[in-house]
Design a protein around this ligand. Structure first.
Ligand code: ATP
Ligand code: MG
Length: 138
């Protein structure tokens, strides 16, 4: 038993066929999958998910990208899940991400950066509940 974080494998990574490799890397790093699904976000739902960024200059680009193809959403469980997952994925800008991190390996740019990771325990719960009902969370 540990605490939870939430991730999205973004449309660039699913499009390039990296879903399996990314899930394997997540499992190898000690995260247990507590919920998992593939879906295509509407622009409205993508905008709602990233509403915290609605005043930022990149918001419309972000919404368009996140609704451009299927994504894989997952709730992950591990001790220290939020912080350890942010370490595993690397910096937002893949050019600054550490060697071996998911973004270093699979992301092309700051906009199309392969994966999302929650930034706090409270947001992890909110984001998990945004994608999964109680019957879908283990
Ligand atoms: P995420 O929330 O997706 O895990 P993050 O927490 O590392 O990413 P945020 O600052 O929350 O980074 O930005 C959310 C997302 O918005 C980024 O992952 C990226 O896809 C996009 N984004 C952030 N900054 C820029 C930018 N300068 N130009 C284009 N897109 C950006
Ligand atoms: Mg963020």
């Amino acid at each position: 038993m540990g605490n939870k974080t939430f991730t999205i494998i973004k449309p660039d990574a699913t499009r390039k066929g990296h879903t399996g490799a990314i899930l394997a890397q997540i499992n190898s790093a000690g995260f247990k999958i507590a919920a998992l699904k593939m879906l295509h976000l509407s622009a409205e739902k993508a905008g709602e998910f990233y509403a915290v960024h609605r005043e930022r200059p990149f918001y419309s680009e972000l919404v368009e990208f996140m609704s451009s193809g299927p994504v894989v959403a997952a709730i992950l469980e591990k001790q220290n899940a939020v912080e350890d997952f942010r370490t595993l994925i690397g910096a937002t800008n893949p050019a600054q991400a550490a060697e071996g991190t998911i973004r270093k390996l699979y992301a092309a740019s700051i906009g199309e950066n392969a994966v999302h990771g929650s930034d706090s325990n409270s947001n992890a719960l909110i984001e998990g509940d945004f994608f999964f009902n109680k019957l879908e969370q283990f």
